[in-house]
Design a protein around this ligand. Structure first.
Ligand code: ADP
Length: 710
């Protein structure tokens, strides 16, 4: 652990080192770049300044040339007048004449210019700045030679006041911290800036650069560059301050250059400010990126952890489900074998006691009970699978909820009595009796809860039930609370959390050998979920349990329901009246089944009701029989579904398609071991009237005959 921490620390330090190195390299690179940029910008400015001066001088030279041409073209008498030395051609242009005329008027001419022109042999040129002997101003000049025909040497000279040129053409940089000067190739300053910050004392460029502060070879190199009229830049220490010198030659016929002098600190200050801003911005950007990376990697890590947890949970669930299923198979095998054992055992006992009618009756009763237990077991399995597959469709009937409650209590009284349990039902207290719901499923929920209470309460215990209605009504829906409290064995806390899952049973219940396979509550919960209800439980081991079910029903007007209930009662009465008088002896009922034993049972049941059965052992035989018999011969057909040669669906379709009067009206009832909702639907789609699930009991058969045979 400690080593791991150290490793992390070293890695963090290395990262910091790399990062700092990166920042240093980056800032150096940027500084260099910015420095070069500043020098380039300065050079570019100077180039433009120099260019402007070049253009100005070129224009003035051109004007002098034109004047010269005009002078040379006029007659010599006129020339005499014009050439009088005192005549000024233009306020700034003067003609300087060199002839032997001793009266020539030279008084008003600049002595320095006159002296220079006397000695020069140049055709045109520029004169270094000097003090005009006439005006006392700092000036410089350009000149063009005029070759008079009589041999007189003349010069047209234009004078510039250094002050004017300085105002027009010298540059200042970096908020008047750096300035440009016009110098000649010896470094003499010809024109200096007017600004008060600029240097007013040095007369030569090289006066700025003291040799003791700077490398001599550098100074020489700089001096050569200036003398050679090159362009470039150099850095020198001037009175303790680092100064940058940028130089650019003027292109005209002169020895002049433009030189800018700027303190290095001014340039680097700007560079530093840009760099600092860049670094701050990059730092900020980096921080934002880091925060984002941390945020997203946090999310990703969280998601990965979640995903792993989900995987682990799923694995655990799958493992649990697997265990629960093997447990369920074990229980199922046990739960099937128990009634089967009873059926086989009781049959043997009955066979052995044929003469003892009472004993035989007792055996038959137990065989019947075991069979019914098996059927309810299979029904539970079907319900469970239908709920899991979302195949349960609820009926929407107008029902009296207290009627269902009372029926359930009446039904459960017998098993409670048999187990020596006292049932304590409270009368239903309801504001609304009538609701829309599926009576079979409501009954199933109540029965499941009460039968568990009876099952898990030892002899002598009590089971109390009540049904109340909450005051709350929302959007026409009412809440009904069904509560069942027992004084039974209670539920262990660990089972409380998972008892609504399939195949979960308590240890105390499995060990005590109480029959059950752990699906009753999961079916109940599944049905309530579909009904948008809920279930909860409070329990303490050895003290008892309370189950609370909340139903949510659409409320109906109680009067309408009463009418409906009356109609139902009337129908039942009618039916029971009919039962009392009905005689099936002259009716022909066709039984279609491929299994001999099933056929035998049905035949016997029909005989008990007093009806005659004719038989066909597959769909094709049934179709042929119907075809050969006259119209209306068969009053009803009980049709198996899965049969060889032709199945029940196809046989029904063929009968319905026959060209005879009763083809569409003969009642055809499916009698099948396929008992899922989709099987019932398929039977109806094939044209059958109804569906009875095997194993068959006499009750449903009798009811069907009453309903369909008129
Ligand atoms: P089964 O009763 O067929 O085992 P259920 O799903 O109905 O299956 O119940 C699941 C488990 O919950 C039972 O095995 C039992 O341990 C426990 N249980 C249910 N109702 C009660 C009750 N009223 N008292 C004590 N335990 C109960």
């Amino acid at each position: 652990m400690k080593r791991k921490k150290e490793l992390h620390l070293i890695m963090a330090l290395m990262l910091l080192l790399i990062l700092s190195g990166g920042v240093l390299l980056f800032s150096n690179g940027i500084s260099r770049e910015l420095w070069t940029n500043s020098i380039q910008t300065m050079t570019e400015h100077m180039r433009q300044g120099a260019n402007a001066i070049n253009i100005q001088f070129e224009t003035d030279f051109y004007k002098l040339e034109i004047t010269k041409e005009s002078i040379l073209r006029v007659t010599s008498s006129v020339q005499k007048q014009i050439l009088a030395p005192s005549k000024i051609i233009d306020p700034d242009v003067t003609m300087y004449l060199y002839d032997d005329d001793p009266d020539a008027e030279v008084v008003k001419q600049d002595y320095t210019v006159r002296q220079y022109l006397e000695k020069t042999d140049k055709e045109r040129g520029i004169l270094d700045s000097h003090i005009n002997s006439m005006t006392g101003e700092s000036v410089f000049n350009i000149f063009v030679r005029v070759p008079f025909r009589d041999g007189t040497r003349g010069y047209l000279v234009k004078e510039y006041r250094a002050k004017d040129i300085s105002m027009q053409f010298t540059l200042s940089f970096y908020d008047n911290n750096g300035f440009s000067y016009l110098v000649n190739r010896d470094g003499t300053i010809m024109v200096r800036p007017q600004h008060r910050n600029s240097n007013k004392t040095n007369h030569n460029l090289f006066d700025f650069i003291a040799s003791k502060e700077n490398d001599e070879s550098m100074i020489t190199f700089f001096r050569d560059s200036i003398y050679g009229k090159k362009s470039g830049w150099a850095k020198f220490v001037c009175e303790g301050t680092d100064m940058v010198f940028c130089y650019e030659p003027l292109e005209m016929d002169s020895d002049w250059l433009m030189v800018s002098i700027v303190p290095e600190s001014v340039i680097t200050a700007q560079t530093k400010s840009i760099l600092t801003r860049t670094l701050i911005f990059s730092g900020f950007l980096g921080a934002v990126v880091l925060v984002l990376v941390a945020y997203f990697s946090g999310i990703i890590m969280h998601e990965t952890r979640e995903y792993n947890r989900e995987l682990r949970d799923a694995l655990e669930m799958a493992d649990k489900a697997d265990k629960a299923k093997s447990h369920f198979l074990m229980n199922m095998s046990h739960d099937i074998r128990t009634p089967l054992n009873a059926i086989i055992g009781m049959t043997i006992i009955a066979q052995d006691n044929r003469d003892d009618n009472e004993r035989v009756d007792e055996c038959l009763e137990k065989i019947n009970l075991s069979g019914k237990h098996l059927v309810s077991f299979v029904n539970d399995l079907l319900d469970m699978s239908q709920i899991e597959n979302g195949e349960i469709i609820l009926k929407e009937e107008t029902v009296s909820i207290s009627q269902i409650y009372n029926e359930v209590i009446n039904l459960m009284k017998l098993p409670a009595m048999e187990s020596n349990i006292t049932m304590e039902p409270a009368p239903a207290h309801l504001n609304h009796e009538t609701v829309v719901g599926d009576p079979i499923r409501i009954r199933q929920v109540m029965i499941n809860i009460i039968s568990n209470a009876i099952k898990y309460t030892p002899s002598g215990g009590r089971v109390s039930v009540e049904l109340t209605q909450s005051e709350k009504v929302k959007d026409g829906y009412g809440i009904y609370r069904f509560r069942c409290t027992d004084t039974g064995i209670g539920i262990e806390p660990e089972l409380l959390e998972k008892m609504f899952l399939s195949f979960e049973r308590g240890r105390n219940t499995t060990h005590s050998g109480i029959a059950g396979m752990g699906v009753g509550l999961s079916i109940t919960k599944g049905l309530l979920d579909i009904m948008k209800g809920s279930i909860s439980v409070e329990s303490e081991p050895d003290k008892g349990s309370t189950f609370i079910v909340e139903f949510r029903f659409l409320l109906q007007e109680d009067e309408a329901a009463a009418d409906e209930a009356n109609i139902q009662t009337a129908a039942i009465t009618e039916l029971s009246d009919a039962e009392a008088v009905y005689d099936y002896s002259d009716k022909h009922i066709l039984l279609v089944d491929d299994v001999e034993l099933n056929m035998e049972i049905m035949e016997a049941l029909l005989e008990m009701i007093g009806a005659n059965a004719e038989k066909a052992c597959n769909g094709k035989e049934a179709v042929d029989l119907v075809r050969t018999k006259p119209c209306g011969y068969y009053s009803l057909i009980f049709m198996d579904i899965q049969m060889p040669v032709m199945d029940g669906y196809e046989a029904t379709r063929q009968i319905r398609a026959m060209d005879r009067e009763d083809a569409k009206t003969i009642p055809i009832i499916a009698l099948s071991a396929n008992a899922l909702a989709e099987d019932v639907q398929n039977a109806k789609l094939a044209g059958m009237n109804d569906h009875i699930a095997k194993p068959v009991d006499i009750g449903p058969i009798e009811k069907t005959l009453q309903q369909y045979i008129k």
